[in-house]
Design a protein around this ligand. Structure first.
Ligand code: FES
Length: 141
């Protein structure tokens, strides 16, 4: 299984307003990208509680409040901040901005290397990737 990371174009900065999140589909994974005002952060869009869409949550400091049952997820680490007794997490991705486009650093897996292990428990490993034509989703050096 490959563990090499790649920078992948995800979305234009201008498409993610300050203090809000937007979801993007990259391969078979849905990612929530947030604009914290001075930087962008990215985590998996699926709340580990019952799958709530984290990109639609309310940004509160460095955390997002899930819109379904108000769990809080730390946007830097992907760890659950509330409830404090919860030990689960979502994958958090390194982010960079190149020429106005947000890029995410992710390992690249072939479609035959699908795993059901939670991404945060195996080093932020996406299940599988398949890229179509177009600018976003493109792998960059
Ligand atoms: S689905 Fe997110 S808190 Fe329940």
């Amino acid at each position: 299984m490959s563990t090499q990371n790649h920078w992948i174009k995800a979305v234009r900065c201008s498409d993610v307003p300050p203090r809000e999140g937007r979801s993007v589909q990259i391969g078979k994974r849905e990612i929530a990208i947030f604009n914290l005002g001075d930087r962008f952060v990215a985590i998996d869009n699926r709340c580990p509680h019952k799958g709530g869409p984290l990109a639609e949550g309310i940004v509160a400091g460095p955390e997002v409040v899930c819109p379904l049952h108000a769990w809080k997820v730390n946007l830097e680490t992907g760890m659950i901040a509330r409830p404090t007794t919860e030990n689960s997490c979502v994958a958090a991705y390194a982010v960079r901005v190149v020429e106005g486009v947000i890029q995410l650093k992710m390992p690249l897996y072939s479609p035959t290397e699908i795993t059901n292990t939670p991404a945060c428990l195996e080093g932020n490993s996406p299940a599988a990737w398949s890229f179509g034509a177009g600018t976003m989703g493109e792998i960059t050096p």
